[in-house]
Structure formats: C-alpha cells, structure tokens
Design a protein around this ligand. Structure first.
Ligand code: BG6
Length: 490
C-alpha cells in the first residue's frame, strides 16, 4: 500500500447544495435559488417572471426569454432553499467529519453571502462571519479547508443586470470577491479552487437538446473571461499569501474511451477530450491556450476577444495544482450507438465492459487510475481527486442504521485505483469523495440520490427531521483513514 504519510483524506460539498438558509443574514439571491426539483426523467427548471409579468419556466441552463427575471413562484419546490441546513448544523456536521478522521474538507463559499448582488463596495459582515466560524470549527479538529470560490451559484444580479460571464466586467467583480476572501481568511485556509468544473461551459452543448451553434461561440468567449478571472485570482492569492495553493477544478478528467478500435473512433475520442477537457485544463495549468484551440475556434466560427494583457494574466496565473471530479467514464463512437449512457455532464455510448448505477453512471475505477496518469503526465503538477462517489438510494432502518455496501464497494475500488496510481508515480495530494454528507443532487435536485457517509433525514418533497445518521460506510471510511488506506475491509 502506498498512500504517503500526510495524505489528505476527506470529503466534499458545495454551498448551494447543502447550506440552505438561502435568504438569511443578508445573503443575496443566486441563480440556484430559482431552480426547482426534478428527477432522472423530469428536468429541473429555472422559474421566472417574464417582461410582461407572466410566470414561466425554462430548463435549467437554458437562457431565459429576453427581459425575464428569476423568481420564486408558488406551486414549485426549491430544494436548495433549505438544502440540508448545513448553515445551522455545521458544528454537528464537522464533529462527524472529525470523528471519521477527515484531514481535509472541501466546501464552497456562496458569493452572494459575501457580496449579495456581486457589485457592492463592502462585503456583508454576516456572510464573512459565517465562513470564519466554519473555518475555525474545522481548525479545532485540524481539518484543512479546501475552498471552492465559485461553485455554480452566481448572484442573480450579476447574471441578469450584467449578463453574467458574457460580460468582461465579471472578471473585475470576481477578482474583488476572491481578493476579499484571500485577505479575510489568511491563516485559516491554505487550499483554494477558483471555479468548480470550469469546463462544464463547453460540455453543456451535449446536455441540452438542439443547443444553438451560435451559443457555443458565446460560451467560448465566456469561458475565456472565466480563465482570465481565475488567473488574476491565482496571482492575487500568491501576492497576499505565498503559502496559498490554488488549483483548477475540471469536470471528469480524461474519462472517455473509443467505443471500438476503429481509428475514426480513436480520433473522435481524442478530439472530444481536447475540446471538453484539455482545452480548459491546459489553459489553467500551463498558462496558455493549447495548439488545438485554433481548430476549435475555427470549428465554431468563434472570433474571440483576447487582449495581450489577458495572455499575460493567463501566463502569470497558472494554477499550482490540478484537481478534478471523477465519477464515471463514457465512450465515443462514429458508428450508430445502440445504447447510450448517462454521466456527470457528459453523455456517451454505453461501455459493454462496465456496470451502471441507477442513474446510469458507469462504475469504472480503472478509469480513475488512467485519468490520474494522463493528467500527471501532461502537467507534472500535484493532483487532487476532489469529487468521486456513488449516488444511490439508501434505506434508513428502524434502528437508525443504514446498510450501504454498494457505496463501500464503489469507494474501495477507487481507493485501490489511486493506490495503483501512486505505484505508477503520480503525485496525488488528496481525496475528497463527493457529498460526504447527503445533500441535494445538482443534476436532478433530488435528495434520494445520496452520496454521503452520513445520512440526512430529508426527502424529495422537503419533509424530514434533518437528523443525521451514520451509515455503515461511515465506520468503514473511518477505518480507511485511520490506517491511511491500508485496511479497506475486504
Ligand atoms: C459535479 C458537481 O458535477 O457532480 C456537483 O460539482 C454535483 O455539484 C456532483 O453534485 C454530482 O452530481 P449529481 O448530479 O449527482 O449531484
């Protein structure tokens, strides 16, 4: 077994999916707050009032009609409003993380708690205090926070009044927000991630039906602004505290295979990986656009506005480490695809050699070892696996126990894969499985798609006591951490 001493075992969450308290202590409204609940087959919606005053809904991620503004409407359920109420339970939850032996806890900060609209001169003190309290609580147990600055919850004001990331001005507001955090939490936080799954912008086109071609051009420009914002934040972080370690966060990693050995499938796989994964990771980790960027821009007829200052910022703001979410893999094919598979922001052909979860995501621990090697070979920077896990239905037994052998098996096999990657020579710093405590699913808005070692009594309609229970995997993971990955219980 080769997990090094000091390896950072932990878990991961995001503010909008767990905090709740969506409109308290001065927090502004975020785009997440107008997102309804869905299921695997029923999409989540963004609800709004149109410019002539009529209520309406659009599919999550879809653009709203012109002049519409996001609104919370009667007759819909918004699961993020209460989440799992981490806002009021953080002490209890952190104590449970500590009991499992966590060394690191990934969480995000809600921009709108700090700057309710995103444009204020001064930050909201109550928001700053909340996160300070969380960090101090973590410190009590020697748990390092790993903080995502932006995890899918833009203040509505920035989105609707300024046009969101389509507007270059967002770079300025993001930098100011990030700088506020770097100054405020100096000495309490060491590890930062600038944007969660930044490449989702480019992957989105395969998620929505009939994604307009012209929208991809806008997306590439928007993504450029996010890259520059990230780079400027990295630079500020290092100026404020040279000990800060800042990473990018990429969805999926290199997690796509050719469905057949037809060279055309191999080329398609390479092209898709370049577009969906490396385009973003290369800019952030290497500080410049990769050689194939020109091909992508030609393909989408994108004529990006990129200044010399932007290029300099990208060069000077390359990240210190590369982190990513890894759940499953998918296949690419130029042939007719008989069976399709789901996935995290990524669909593809079903792999006949793999098994699939109830939500259609493959179980592929070997793919994790593969992706770790691919990323490390390319960037030679330390890596973190900051999301991984199995979304599954759990049963709370009468005696308060939850038996989740499927989750134990999933995590165990992925830990073995990381172990092999160490043998391969990969430099891996941390493992933070997703939703270490049950929280609201981002894609479906369900509670029943559970990832946690800790069960939260809350259902898909908002009922439940919010009481926390330890699953079998809780005790199992505690042992794994205690033995630094030696005792996997098999
Ligand atoms: C990642 C996100 O895409 O996957 C998380 O960073 C999300 O926010 C996670 O929750 C799992 O996806 P889901 O849809 O099962 O919640």
């Amino acid at each position: 077994m080769s997990f090094p001493k000091g390896f950072l075992w932990g878990g991961a969450t995001a503010a909008n999916q767990c905090e709740g308290a969506w409109n308290v202590d001065g927090k502004g409204m975020t785009i997440s707050d107008a997102t309804t609940a869905g299921t695997l087959t029923e999409p989540r919606y963004t609800t709004y009032i149109s410019k002539d005053g009529k209520p309406g809904k659009a599919m999550m991620f879809e653009e709203l009609p012109e002049g519409a503004h996001r609104a919370v409407l009667d007759g819909y359920y918004y699961p993020y409003h209460e989440g799992i109420d981490f806002y009021h339970h953080y002490k209890e939850d952190i104590a449970l993380f500590a009991e499992m032996g966590f060394k690191i806890f990934r969480m995000s900060i809600s921009w709108a708690r700090i700057f309710p609209k995103g444009i204020e001169e001064e930050p909201n003190q109550a928001g700053l205090d909340f996160y300070r309290n969380v960090f101090e609580e973590l410190k009590k147990y020697n748990i390092e926070p790993l903080v995502t600055i932006f995890h899918y919850d833009l203040p509505v004001y920035l989105e609707e009044k300024l046009g969101g990331w389509n507007n270059r001005d967002l770079i300025y507001y993001y930098e100011k927000y990030a700088e506020t955090l770097f100054k405020e939490y100096k000495g309490l936080v060491k590890y930062w991630l600038t944007f969660n799954e930044i490449n989702n912008v480019i992957m989105m086109k395969s998620l929505l039906p009939n994604y307009p071609f012209e929208k991809v051009q806008k997306d590439l420009q928007l993504l450029h602004y996010e890259f520059v914002a990230s780079a400027r934040a990295v630079k500020r972080a290092h100026e404020i505290d040279p000990n800060y370690v800042v990473g990018c966060m990429i969805a999926g990693g290199p997690s796509r295979y050719p469905l057949t050995c037809d060279p055309k499938d191999v080329l398609l796989t390479q092209e898709t990986l370049q577009e969906n994964t490396y385009y973003s990771a290369d800019v952030m980790a290497q500080g410049e656009y990769p050689y194939f960027a020109q091909r992508i821009w030609r393909k989408y007829k994108a004529n990006l506005e990129i200044t010399d200052q932007d290029l300099q910022d990208l060069r000077e703001g390359a990240v210190d480490m590369v982190t990513y979410s890894y759940y499953c893999t998918n296949c690419a094919s130029t042939h007719e695809v008989k069976e399709k598979a789901g996935g995290n922001l990524d669909m593809g052909a079903k792999n006949p050699y793999l098994t699939y979860s109830d939500w259609g995501w493959s179980f592929d621990p070997d793919g994790l070892r593969y992706s770790l090697n691919e990323f490390y070979a390319r960037y030679h920077k330390p890596l973190m696996v900051v999301e991984n896990g199995l979304g599954a239905v759990d049963i709370l037994e009468k005696d308060g126990s939850i038996h989740d052998p499927y989750r134990i098996e999933y995590i165990r096999e992925h830990i073995k894969a990381m172990d092999k990657a160490f043998d391969d020579g990969v430099d891996l710093l941390a493992y933070t499985p997703w939703g270490c405590i049950d929280l609201v699913s981002a894609s479906t808005g369900e509670m029943k798609k559970r990832y946690g070692f800790i069960y939260v009594d809350r259902d898909d309609t908002g009922k439940g006591s919010m009481k926390r229970y330890k699953k079998d995997s809780f005790y199992w993971y505690k042992k794994v951490i205690e033995t630094n990955g030696k005792d996997l219980g098999d």
